[in-house]
Design a protein around this ligand. Structure first.
Ligand code: UDP
Length: 246
């Protein structure tokens, strides 16, 4: 998809694939790819390389689902970061997975942990750390995570900072699942409302989020650019192909 891989799996299959990696005692880096990240990666080769190096890439956002269809490789469903995180949290108790929340404002990961403990009995949240630490404090953060010995680390530093952070530190963190989850801890903690279900069910989550957080409007400006890029790349190619056949 515009140079990035996308795994054509459903939500439960992503959970299964992550579970398998953990059973095999392997590290697992999950990228939840949305149009903003993909546009950003067009001009930044290092970000594209990071996305390519992920073990799993989910189609996060209706824009990616649409683009996959345009490319002739449809995915069966949208798999957002927050949905995958919630599903993994739901499974974590029974699977014995230890969970670490990294990122968001001070107090938010702790509040998210409390909400998760109330929602998912048996969950084991072994540590939290807010996302406003300096370069100099990074090693302390890594030590804190290593000491907590988690299986799942949810990284909520915003994209693409979180993907870059994971890439830079994944070797040191060892055999864990690392997934960038953007503003998901804000939502889980209750600090930010998830876009209303009415919008989500109609593939309009982007609009719902915009209405809940109007300050996001600038970030949405990239969406028309994304549509044009996909359209030019795939529609144009399809036209050329069908002309070739005739
Ligand atoms: N954030 C952080 N450290 C930073 C910058 C951002 O922890 O230096 C957090 C921020 O508090 C928010 C999240 O990263 O919780 C980004 O959320 P956003 O909704 O922008 O991410 P998206 O879901 O759109 O990728």
């Amino acid at each position: 998809m515009l140079g990035a891989p996308v795994d054509r799996l459903e939500l439960d299959q992503f959970v299964e694939a992550i579970s398998q990696k953990l059973k095999e005692d392997k590290a697992c880096f999950v990228v939840t790819l949305n149009p903003e990240m993909l546009c950003c990666a067009q001009g930044q080769c290092d970000l594209m390389d990071i996305i390519k190096s992920a073990d799993l890439v989910t189609p996060d956002g209706v824009g990616i689902v649409w683009a996959c269809k345009m490319a002739g490789q449809p995915v069966s469903e949208r798999v957002t970061g927050i949905d995958l995180m919630m599903k993994l949290l739901e499974h974590s108790g029974a699977s014995g997975w230890r969970v670490f929340f990294l990122g968001s404002a001070p107090g938010v990961p702790e509040a998210a942990a409390k909400r998760a403990e109330a929602m998912f009995p048996g969950i084991n949240i072994v540590g939290t750390q807010h996302g406003y630490f300096t370069e100099q404090e990074n090693q302390d953060v890594l030590t804190k995570i290593a000491q907590a010995s988690p299986d799942l680390v949810f990284v909520a530093l915003g994209s693409p900072r979180q993907e870059r952070w994971i890439d830079q530190n994944r070797e040191q963190l060892g055999k864990v699942m690392l997934m960038g989850v953007g503003g998901s801890l804000d939502v889980l903690s209750g600090v930010v409302q998830r876009s209303p279900r009415w919008f989500n069910e109609r593939n309009l989550e982007w609009l719902g989020r915009l209405l809940c957080q109007p300050s996001r409007w600038k970030r949405m400006l990239v969406l028309p650019k994304f549509v044009v890029m996909v359209y030019l790349k795939h529609r144009f190619r399809l036209c050329k192909k069908s002309k070739g056949k005739v």
